[in-house]
Design a protein around this ligand. Structure first.
Ligand code: SAM
Length: 276
C-alpha cells in the first residue's frame, strides 16, 4: 500500500500560525520534502519535531520528485513544505502533486497561510473575484506582454514582488494600466506588518521617498467593467437609433434609448437621424 502525500502550509512570518494539525502531520509522516532544509529545520526545532528531510526545490524537481514518488509508492508518507506559506503557490509543489496524482497516490492538504490571500483580505479592494498573477517575468518583453494581457481584466489582481524590484514594477503597472488603486501589503504577520492603500502614482511617490524594505504583495484594482469596449462613433449611434425607428419605435424614443446606451446627447442623435 502506498503512503500519502501531504501538502502542508507553513507560517509566512509568525510561527504561531503553524496549525496544530500541521504540527501533528509533520510529526507523523515518514519524511519531509522541504524547499530549503535549513529553513524547515528551524521550524521543526521550534516545535521539537525530529524528522528526516529531503530537499525539493526548483532545480531538482524532476529527479528528486521521482525519488520521492518512489518512496511514497513503497509505503512511506511524505509532507511537502516550502520556506513560507502554501507549497505550489509561486513555490515548489505543483509538479509533485501532479506526479502523485498520476501515480495514484492519495493526497491531502493541511492548509496554512498564503501571502496572496492574506494580502487580498487586508487590501480593501474587491475580493469576490480576483486573479493571482505571481511574480512578473524579469524579461522585459514577457513582462510587457503579461501586463498587456491584463489591461482590461476586471478582476482584482495579485502580484508578488521583491523589494528591490518594486519601484520598477510600479512604473510598469502605471504605464500598462494607467493610474489605479493599489494596496501594498508588507511583512504580513511580522512585527513591521503594514498595508499602504493608495493608487499607483501615490505608491511611486511613497516608495521613491522611502525605499521599500521587506516582503510585499501588490493588490491592484481591476479594470473598469467596460474597459476594452470601443465607444461607438456618433454615426454608429445614429445608425442604431434609425434601426430602432425602422422597427416601429418613435424616432424621439429611439434617439432617447440610444443616447442612454451610448452617452451621446439625445438631441445630436435625433439631429443625425433627420440628416440623409
Ligand atoms: N508560497 C508562498 C505563499 O503561499 O504565500 C509564496 C512564496 S513566494 C516565493 C514569496 C513571495 O510571497 C514574496 O516575494 C512576497 O511577495 C510574498 N510574501 C511571502 N511572505 C510574505 C509576508 N509575510 N508579507 C508579504 N508578502 C509576503
Amino acid at each position: 500500500m502506498s503512503g500519502i502525500l501531504y501538502v502542508v502550509g507553513t507560517p509566512i512570518g509568525n510561527l504561531s500560525d503553524l496549525s496544530p494539525r500541521a504540527v501533528e502531520t509533520l510529526g507523523a509522516v515518514d519524511f519531509i520534502a522541504a524547499e530549503d532544509t535549513r529553513v524547515t529545520l528551524k521550524l521543526l526545532n521550534h516545535f521539537s519535531i525530529k524528522k528526516p528531510l529531503v530537499s525539493y526545490h526548483d532545480h531538482n524537481l524532476r529527479e528528486r520528485g521521482a525519488a520521492i514518488i518512489r518512496r511514497i509508492l513503497d509505503g512511506e508518507s511524505c509532507a511537502i513544505v516550502t520556506d513560507a506559506g502554501m507549497p505550489c503557490i509561486s513555490d515548489p509543489g505543483e509538479d509533485l502533486v501532479r506526479m502523485a496524482a498520476e501515480a495514484g497516490i492519495p493526497t491531502a492538504v493541511v492548509p496554512g497561510p498564503s501571502a496572496a490571500v492574506s494580502a487580498l483580505c487586508l487590501s480593501g479592494l474587491p475580493t469576490s473575484r480576483f486573479c493571482f498573477e505571481g511574480f512578473l517575468s524579469t524579461n522585459r518583453r514577457n513582462r510587457q506582454l503579461h501586463l498587456e494581457s491584463l489591461k482590461n481584466d476586471p478582476h482584482t489582481l495579485i502580484f508578488y514582488e521583491a523589494p528591490h524590484k518594486l519601484l520598477n514594477t510600479l512604473h510598469d503597472l502605471l504605464r500598462a494600466f494607467g493610474n489605479r488603486r493599489i494596496a501594498l501589503a508588507r511583512e504580513l504577520t511580522k512585527v513591521h506588518e503594514e498595508v499602504l492603500r493608495t493608487d499607483l502614482e501615490g505608491a511611486l511617490a511613497h516608495f521613491t521617498a522611502s525605499p521599500p524594505r521587506g516582503e510585499f504583495v501588490l493588490i491592484v484594482e481591476g479594470a473598469p467593467e467596460d474597459a476594452g469596449q470601443e465607444q461607438p462613433s456618433l454615426e454608429e449611434a445614429v445608425a442604431a437609433a434609425r434601426e430602432l425607428a425602422a422597427g416601429g419605435m418613435k424616432p424621439t424614443e429611439a434617439a432617447r434609448v440610444t443616447a442612454a446606451e451610448t452617452g451621446y446627447k439625445k438631441s445630436e442623435i435625433y439631429a443625425g437621424m433627420l440628416r440623409d
